[in-house]
Design a protein around this ligand. Structure first.
Ligand code: SF4
Ligand code: SF4
Length: 342
């Protein structure tokens, strides 16, 4: 275990920037916070859940993957040494799930190249960021269990730092990082964790929804009702750290020239599963919404594939941003029979 005086943090980040792009929480003009290129005057440690999350670094919203010039094809793989400083535990777990999807079976080289060059530094969550956080329900926070290179614990005047990889160890191997007695650090982290866990309620509706989805008692009426509300904006997928769907498009720029790009897609869009024949196996919004929530709460249920309990890491963003208030928390409540179908 290592320790760092808080006053030394900006100097440490400045040193890291000699060799890395550093992305960190920065305050925007309206007061909200994003992960963006580190800027000393905008950097903040006083931040809540940012609207976007680190997956976009490895799977950008829109990315060219091939280009053709005079009939010569080449892959476009761009990656640079990057440090992601201060991501929360739920996003770390989301990143593990995204990485699992993008690298199992057939490796997505465009994603992997970026991921391999990245160092992930978690800032353990001190408690509930807002009323939609439910990481204690999905076992994905408030303290990360794996996946990180470093995990910082904010102890007031200083940080205690847990190392999770050789890359992480290297970053904290010299001054101003100092050694701290392991037993003392472990006790402080235990106290930190107990306080943080106690501040984030466990949502029984989520477990009940998982149970009903598993035993087939969720009922079609729930999906008909929720599907009637969904306006197909795709927002829930775009803010979700575990969603990885994308569409691929070719753009011709004259004979022999062009690019192939991919862009985020969403399973709640009407055309997402439409096949070339015109047949759509998910023809209604009810069936698409059901599919989405089965992915979040059913298929990975109890397998603990990558640090969480299921395909949802309990960040609550879909509940924060869905314009018609049918994020995962609301859907789980409805499946659990806690909401009137009005
Ligand atoms: S489904 Fe919603 S709460 Fe779960 S990880 Fe995705 S955005 Fe977060
Ligand atoms: S954010 Fe809400 S309205 Fe938009 S696609 Fe998702 S469930 Fe539907």
């Amino acid at each position: 275990m290592k320790a760092l005086d808080k006053n030394d943090l900006k100097g440490v980040i400045a040193a890291w920037m000699q060799e890395h792009l550093v992305l960190a929480p920065v305050r925007m003009s309206k007061g909200d916070c994003l992960f963006d290129t580190y800027q000393e005057d905008l950097f903040t440690l006083d931040y809540k859940k940012p609207p976007l999350f680190p997956k976009a670094l490895f799977l950008p919203h829109n990315e060219v993957v091939f280009e053709a010039r005079a009939n010569k094809l080449r892959e476009v793989i761009s990656a640079r040494d990057t440090i992601l400083f201060g991501i929360r535990s739920c996003d770390m777990m989301g990143l593990l799930q995204s990485t699992s999807f993008m690298t199992r079976d057939r490796e997505d080289v465009f994603y992997s190249a970026k991921k391999e060059k990245a160092v992930t530094i978690v800032m353990a969550c001190p408690g509930r960021q807002n009323e939609t956080c439910f990481c204690t329900t999905t076992f994905s926070g408030p303290v990360a269990r794996k996946g990180f290179d470093l995990q910082f614990f904010d102890m007031g005047d200083n940080f205690i730092i847990e190392t999770g990889s050789e890359k992480g160890k290297e970053l904290v191997s010299s001054l101003p990082f100092s050694d701290i007695d392991f037993g003392l650090a472990a006790r402080m982290i235990k106290t930190f964790k107990e306080k943080a866990v106690g501040a984030i309620p466990v949502i029984d509706d989520v477990y009940e929804a998982m149970r009903r989805l598993k035993d087939g008692t969720a009922g079609d009426g729930v999906w008909e009702h929720l599907g009637g509300k969904c306006i197909m904006c795709g927002g829930c997928a775009f803010v979700c750290p575990t969603c990885t769907c994308f569409n691929v498009c070719d753009h011709e720029h004259g004979p022999g020239n062009g690019v192939r790009s991919r862009a985020w897609d969403a399973c709640l869009y009407g055309g997402f599963t439409r096949e070339a024949s015109g047949h759509n196996p998910r023809p209604t919004q009810a069936s698409r919404l059901r599919r989405r929530h089965e992915h979040k709460l059913l298929y990975y249920n109890e397998t603990d594939i990558n640090g969480g309990l299921c395909g949802c890491v309990g960040c609550g963003r879909c509940s924060d941003y869905c314009p018609v208030h049918i994020g995962t928390l609301e859907v789980a409540a409805e499946i659990a029979g806690k909401k009137n179908q009005g």
